[in-house]
Design a protein around this ligand. Structure first.
Ligand code: S3P
Length: 391
């Protein structure tokens, strides 16, 4: 069924808002609380289909939970009763829906179990590369079979078992791959080490530490000793800076705006968008307020103004990977040119985000040069909404 939504453009945005819970932290909270040795009260869980699928997968593996706020379909606050690391064989397939994070992180846990599991997903997820987790997890001793229409793609049949720790140099900066290996390493006797080509989101490391599992990080090298117990721990999930990003750019690029975003996650491996916008001339003030689960959070105040294009640095890319599309919009609204390269990973997300961003900006009259690993947007200060835009 198609629906028409009329959008009336605003000249500026004023007010205060809070965004829903962080997606990455919610997936990990479902998994770690589920593996823990007690009951964990998780507040502000992201009640999106992706995170709920991970929660349901954990329930199929023997974890129970009670919803305290929200509904079964859309839980917001919940108590997760951990299984003390003793998962049960699922009765059926585990459906990860649209979520690469869910499928890849769960694979790390399932690689170490004494039973077989099958992970499935929607058409988009069934065409995303799983070889990147299969290679290290198979090296640790798990067996994988991919039964998808595309080679190396889901459905994923996993025959888990006793794992051997490895030292693995990741070919790409991916938090999902890193997390899959660390979660498998939690069950392997000895020390598992991951070396990442660039710093990227470190929620798994921080949350494991807050759940009493010691994870050591030295530069780009992360190590976990297997056999540690996951200690039950309550957690308040901060707002998702990736959701806030749309508001931040809208306010920063619109003179006259005055916007405050409260209780938002400020983990430094997620805030590169703010650094780039500030370099573009944005007036953004960040107030760190507190920390929970090792995750800093606080308030962001944005005063609108005129932005100037910049070049996104190679090392910034992994720490703003989900924000590239909206950053490209900021570039199109700014003076000068905005260059985003070294972002080929965007081609293998839920959609090809380089192609779709360039296409949509052009639909609005923007000028975009597209590359295999990114794009250059040229200052176009009068973006216009197409009259009818189909989604
Ligand atoms: C995520 C990692 C990123 C990101 C995704 C969430 C995570 O993907 O794009 O939305 O929670 O670990 P990659 O690890 O593939 O870069």
């Amino acid at each position: 069924m198609s629906e028409t939504i009329q959008v009336s453009p605003l000249k500026s945005i004023t007010g205060e808002l809070a965004v829903p819970g962080d997606k990455s932290i919610s997936h990990r909270a479902a998994i770690l609380a589920g593996l823990s040795n007690g009951s964990c009260f998780v507040e502000n869980f992201l009640s999106s289909e992706d995170c709920v699928n991970t929660l349901r997968a954990m329930a199929q593996l023997g974890v129970s939970y009670e919803v305290k706020k929200g509904t079964d379909e859309l839980p917001v606050d919940l108590v997760i009763h951990g299984c003390g690391g003793e998962l049960q064989a699922p009765a059926g397939e585990l459906d990860c829906g649209n979520s690469g994070t869910g499928m890849r992180l769960l694979s790390g846990v399932l690689a170490a179990q004494k039973f077989d599991s099958v992970l499935i997903g929607d058409d988009s997820l069934s065409s995303r590369p799983m070889g990147r987790i299969i290679t290290p997890l198979a090296e640790m001793g798990a067996q994988f079979e991919t039964k998808g229409a595309k080679p190396g793609c889901a459905p994923l049949h996993i025959t888990g078992g006793e794992l051997t720790p490895i030292t693995y140099e990741m070919p790409m900066a991916s938090a999902q791959v890193k997390s899959a290996i660390l979660l498998a390493g939690l069950f392997a006797p000895g020390t598992t080490t991951v070396i990442q080509p660039a710093i990227n989101r470190d929620h798994t490391e921080r949350l494991l530490n807050s759940f009493g599992v010691s994870v050591e990080t030295e530069g780009n090298t992360i190590s976990i000793a297997g056999g540690q117990k996951v200690q039950a721990h309550d957690l308040v999930v901060p707002g998702d800076i990736s959701s806030a990003a749309f508001w931040i750019v809208a306010a920063a690029a619109a003179p006259g705006s005055q916007l405050t975003i409260s209780n938002v996650g400020l983990n430094p491996t997620r805030t590169a968008l703010l650094d780039v916008l500030i370099r573009m001339g944005a007036d953004i003030k960040v107030h760190l307020e507190n920390e929970d689960g090792g995750e800093p959070r606080g308030r962001i105040e944005i005063t609108g103004g005129r932005l100037q294009g910049t070049e996104v640095l190679r090392d910034e890319v992994p720490n703003l990977i989900d924000e590239v599309p909206i950053l490209a919009v900021a570039g199109a609204l700014a003076g000068g040119r905005m260059t985003i390269r070294n972002a080929a990973e965007l081609r293998v997300k839920e959609t090809d985000r380089i192609e779709t961003t360039a296409k949509n900006l052009r639909l609005m009259g923007g000028e975009v040069e597209e590359f295999e690993d990114g794009m250059i947007t040229v200052s176009y200060t009068h973006l216009t909404l197409p009259t009818i835009y189909s989604v």
